[in-house]
Design a binder for this molecule. Structure first.
Ligand code: SF4
Ligand code: SF4
Length: 220
C-alpha cells in the first residue's frame, strides 16, 4: 500500500509545474457528480426521516430534563491542521465524502438533541423548520441533500460532529507527522482512480485555492 502511494505521488509530481517540488501533496478523492434541482422525492424523504428523529430527540430532551442531565458537548477536531488549507483541499475535491450523506445528512438523534438543547424553547416541529429552511434548491445529484456547488448548505453549528470533524485519509496524511499540522502551503490533487481530475495550489495567505495547469501525462 505504502509503495502504491509513493508511486502515485511520484507520478503526480511529474505532472506538476516546476517550482512546486518542495510542497507537500494532499492526494484526495473527487466528486464528479453534476448539480441538479433537488428532487421532491429526496426532499420529502429527508424531511420525513428528520421529523421522526427530531421527535425521538425531543422525547429524549424531556427525559434528560426530568433527570436534570444534558447531552455531551461536541468533541474537538481530531487534528490541528490549518482550517484555511482544509477548506481549500475540500473545495478542490468538491466534497467526495458528502456523497454518503444522501437523504440523512448524518443528522442522527444525538446531533438533533444537541440542537434542541441549544434551543430549549423550540418545539420539534420548529426545529425541523430550521433545518428545512437551509435545504438548497440545487444540489449534487444523488449526494447529500445539503451538498451544493458552494459546499455544505448547512451552517457549521447545525451539522453533525461527523461532518464537522471528518478528515479523509488524504487529509490525515497531509496534516499528519511533525510538520503536517503547521503547513502553510501545499498542493491539492483530486484523483479519480489514478487520474488527476483537478489540481490546485493551497495557501493560508490566499482566500481560495488557485487551480494549477498540469503537464500532459507521461507517455508509457
Ligand atoms: S474531507 Fe477529504 S473527501 Fe471530504 S471533502 Fe475534504 S478532501 Fe474531500
Ligand atoms: S451535511 Fe454538509 S458536510 Fe454533512 S454530508 Fe451533507 S453536505 Fe456534507
Amino acid at each position: 500500500m505504502q509503495q502504491v502511494t509513493e508511486q502515485l505521488t511520484q507520478r503526480c509530481r511529474e505532472r506538476l509545474p516546476s517550482g512546486t517540488s518542495q510542497l507537500r501533496l494532499a492526494i484526495l478523492p473527487t466528486n464528479s457528480r453534476e448539480v441538479t434541482p433537488l428532487p421532491t422525492e429526496r426532499r420529502d424523504d429527508f424531511l420525513a426521516g428528520l421529523r421522526a428523529r427530531m421527535l425521538t430527540a425531543a422525547a429524549r430532551r424531556e427525559e434528560l430534563a426530568a433527570q436534570e442531565e444534558t447531552s455531551e458537548p461536541p468533541s474537538p477536531l481530531p487534528l490541528p491542521g490549518e482550517r484555511a488549507l482544509l477548506i481549500q483541499a475540500c473545495t478542490t475535491c468538491r466534497g467526495s465524502c458528502c456523497q454518503l450523506g444522501d437523504t440523512k445528512a448524518y443528522l442522527g438523534v444525538e446531533t438533533l438533541l444537541r440542537f434542541l438543547n441549544q434551543h430549549p424553547h423550540q418545539s420539534a416541529e420548529e426545529a425541523v423548520a430550521v433545518y428545512e429552511s437551509h435545504l438548497p434548491e440545487h444540489s449534487y445529484d444523488g449526494s447529500c441533500v445539503y451538498h451544493t456547488k458552494r459546499g455544505c448548505g448547512l451552517p457549521t453549528e447545525l451539522r453533525s460532529d461527523t461532518c464537522n470533524n471528518f478528515y479523509c485519509r488524504g487529509l490525515r496524511a497531509f496534516f499528519g507527522g511533525e510538520e503536517g499540522p503547521t503547513q502553510q502551503q501545499g498542493i491539492a490533487l483530486s484523483l479519480s482512480g489514478q487520474e488527476i481530475v483537478r489540481a490546485a495550489m493551497m495557501d493560508t495567505g490566499t482566500p481560495q485555492a488557485v487551480a494549477l495547469e498540469l503537464k500532459a501525462p507521461l507517455q508509457p
